[in-house]
Write a protein that binds this ligand. Structure first.
Ligand code: BEZ
Length: 254
């Protein structure tokens, strides 16, 4: 869904919190046994497996072939994983719900994503999504860009889409969905271990390191953000989530 490549094993080892934080989004989804659900950006497949264990007919798609391969290795009995682009899901009136956790900030052309989701839903179907919203990881990014500037390097272009509630509601409505609720909230997220911040950058934002000595970059970054993001012996990422529930107009199937 972006040009980012993923080390799926590293992701599972250090970033398991991504799937864990999705638990309360799953509660919001409230999928019923027998419902058809698409996990858009399923990563290494944990939510699909959980939904399947609840007899929900869940499929998972992800733009990353590495993630889909690892999902297949972790859940060899499930043939429900496929590589797909969120902008071209190719499904039509097929799903009772499209669910997406911590992915859509990676995908350019949000209008195309929303249109593709709207097509995939059956009338009455719901879109339940959470991803980075306006201001997400602002402290980390500001500090990293300052470190780059001090080394005489240009600001690194960012690959993310972090809309406000108003901006994203317009995108979703433009695709013909009815927004039922949308909100933006802070979710400081603890990173794993004393190397947590470094691991986060190595996993998600290596472009910040371009042109810089890695050890010097991390020393300068950690010094800058320590006062704000180091608490109780751990690094915390300043995540901000945008959460949205929208429905495709039309009568649900009887
Ligand atoms: C997020 O989930 O907000 C996020 C994850 C990786 C990079 C940037 C943002």
């Amino acid at each position: 869904m972006s040009t980012q490549t993923w080390d799926a094993a590293l992701y599972d080892r250090h970033h398991g919190f991504v799937a864990s934080y999705g638990q309360d989004l799953l509660e919001l989804l409230a999928a019923l046994p027998g419902e058809r659900v698409l996990d858009l950006g399923c990563g290494t497949g944990d939510h699909v497996a959980l939904l399947r264990s609840r007899r929900v007919a869940a499929d998972g798609v992800d733009a990353s072939a590495e993630m889909i391969a690892r999902a297949g290795d972790k859940y060899p009995d499930f043939p429900y994983f496929a590589v797909a682009d969120a902008r071209e899901l190719g499904a039509e009136d097929q799903y009772d719900a499209v669910f997406s956790n911590a992915v859509l900030h990676w995908v350019p052309e949000p209008e195309r994503v929303a249109a593709s989701v709207a097509r995939a839903l059956r009338p009455g179907g719901r879109f339940v999504a959470e991803f980075g919203g306006a201001g997400n990881v602002g402290t980390i990014i500001r500090a990293a860009q300052e470190v780059r500037a001090e080394s005489g390097l240009p600001a690194a272009p960012l690959p993310w889409y972090y809309p406000t509630v108003g901006e994203y509601a317009l995108v979703v409505e433009g695709a013909g969905l009815e927004v039922r609720s949308a909100w933006l909230f802070d979710r400081p997220t603890v990173l794993d271990g004393t190397a947590g911040l470094q691991n986060w950058v190595r996993m998600f934002a290596t472009f910040l390191l371009d042109g810089l000595d890695e050890a010097a970059f991390f020393a300068a970054l950690e010094e800058r953000v320590r006062e704000t993001l180091w608490r109780n012996g751990a690094w915390w990422a300043d995540y901000r989530r945008l959460r949205l529930v929208a429905v495709k107009p039309g009568a649900p199937r009887g």
